[in-house]
Design a protein around this ligand. Structure first.
Ligand code: PNW
Length: 479
């Protein structure tokens, strides 16, 4: 097992990947350079009220111009992997047609810099920056977008397939569908559950078609994954109506992705349970065969767990559901599942997300039990805290060190129980554009000064370096 003899530190298997992750729109900046087209996030971040403080990704962390410095930083942190995303509008400025060579050149250069340093590139093909012209044509609610994605995926795999071996098609299609088209918290800011459900299906098609395109261009030995933020939903009580509510939410939030991909069907019940929003006529004959493709690995993004139950009035005995947290009550897709969110005591990050490392062990073991042959990678995990550079010029972030320690320990426990976890990429390499929260929420192992763009390795970055270079879980100092 990963745990050594009594009293000794936890050691991870040799070859386990230790990395950090970013996404193009969150770090690159340079949104008008080298022929990049506009994306839904360029449009959305310019919409008044959409993003905290009116922040945009126009500058990001200026990574596009600092890629040499940033890869040196990754090497200094001892990383064996770097997860980044390719910006679709750099490669296809309008979402269609031939590749823009300057767009591909940037990623070729990045990959070569990484490989020179012995850092494995892990490429995410879509991390939310849909070319705006494709949104104008219906976006993810329109099924043709899946075929557009496959064309784009093929162009990237043609260009990078000889030097990239780890691919993930989509990052968190839950967010694209439900935050993008139901709650409207993310681009394109649509609030229409019918479009959100159609988007789920188009995204599933995009994964299936995109996976085939990557294999055709990069070779059948490429490892192709999908990355999901599976919700770990706990029932508020063992009352049957609360358990049923949790199960409905699991179906519409998680199983709508796992089911078609790994079990060959949408979960029984979800069509009826969402019938008041959509008749699901967007699913056509043959679609499930297009979606179901060999999956070489699953990317798992994990931050927190949720406590959910039936909405008041659902209880047959007239009992009231426990009161829901006001700011969490409308987490999507609550409406679609007819559930209510419950508040719980416990430590929280600056996102308001409850810290619960055991949820990560539970999630990995549940996936391992259901799909014993499927390798797992934790491709995002991390915490936002309000870090500042102190008078000593350092960033002391003990809460993040503790968060990372406890979650890496949670991964180790899953390994002990047999889960096939191959790597972990922390979210995130450096403080960046945290979507609807702009630059205010800092998740980085490295602090970024918003004025000078200076990078300062945080205490958590130094702690992570010890982990990445030794494969042994370092203790949390002073705890
Ligand atoms: C993920 N939610 O986003 C993304 O993959 C990252 O780009 C992001 O920076 C990171 O997690 C931290 O937020 C999420 O509302 C955004 O449940 C929102 C939610 C989940 C994930």
């Amino acid at each position: 097992g990963a745990h050594g003899e009594h009293g000794s530190a936890r050691r991870f298997p040799p070859g386990f990947l230790w990395g950090a992750a970013t996404a193009a729109y969150q770090v690159e900046g340079a949104v008008h350079e080298d022929g990049r087209g506009g994306s839904i996030w360029d449009t959305f971040s310019r919409t008044p009220g959409a993003v905290l403080h009116g922040d945009t990704g126009d500058v990001g962390t200026d990574h596009y111009h600092r890629v040499v410095e940033d890869v040196a930083l990754m090497a200094d942190l001892g990383l064996s992997a770097y997860r980044f995303s390719v910006a679709w509008p750099r490669v296809q400025p309008t979402g269609r047609g031939p590749a823009n060579p300057a767009g591909l050149d940037f990623y070729r250069r990045l990959v070569d810099l990484l490989r020179d340093r012995g850092i494995a590139p892990l490429v995410t093909l879509y991390h939310w920056d849909l070319p705006q012209p494709l949104q104008d044509a219906g976006g993810w609610a329109e099924r043709d977008t899946a075929w557009r994605f496959a064309d784009y995926a093929g162009l990237v795999a043609d260009a990078l397939g000889d030097r990239v071996h780890l691919w993930t098609t989509l990052n968190e299609p839950w967010c694209s569908a439900y935050l993008g088209y139901a709650s409207g918290e993310h681009a394109p800011g649509v609030q229409d559950p019918a479009q959100a459900l159609a988007a789920v299906h188009t995204l599933n098609l995009a994964h299936g078609l995109g996976t085939r395109a990557v294999r055709a261009a990069a070779g059948d030995d490429a490892t192709v994954s999908l990355t999901l933020n599976l919700q770990v939903n706990r029932a508020a009580s063992d009352r049957p109506e609360d358990v049923a509510a949790r199960d409905r939410l699991d179906r519409v939030a998680n199983e709508v992705f796992l089911g078609p991909l790994l079990d060959g069907a949408y979960p029984e019940g979800v069509v009826a349970e969402t019938a008041r929003y959509s008749d699901w006529s967007f699913v056509r004959d043959g679609d499930l065969d297009l979606i179901r493709t060999r999956l070489d690995a699953l990317g798992v993004n994990y931050y927190t767990t949720s406590l959910v139950g039936a909405v008041a009035g659902d209880a047959g005995d007239g009992a009231l559901a426990p009161s829901a947290s006001p700011d969490a009550a409308d987490r999507p897709p609550a409406d679609l599942a007819d559930v209510t969110w419950h508040d719980r005591p416990g430590p929280r990050t600056a996102m308001g997300w409850l810290v619960e490392p055991a949820g990560l062990t539970d999630l990995l073991l549940d996936l391992h039990r259901r799909y014993p042959d499927l390798p797992l990678y934790v491709l995002e995990n991390g915490a936002a805290y309000p870090d500042e550079v102190g008078p000593d010029g350092q960033v002391h972030d003990p809460d993040r060190v503790a968060y990372l320690h406890d979650h890496v320990e949670a991964v180790g426990r899953a390994l002990d129980s047999g889960a096939d976890v191959r790597g972990y990429t922390a979210w995130t390499l450096m403080d960046n554009f945290e979507w609807a929260f702009g630059y205010e929420r800092r998740f980085g192992l490295v602090h970024v000064d918003r004025t000078t763009m200076a990078r300062t390795v945080k205490d958590s970055g130094r702690w992570y370096r010890r982990l990445a270079t030794t494969g042994v879980l370092p203790p949390v100092e002073g705890r």
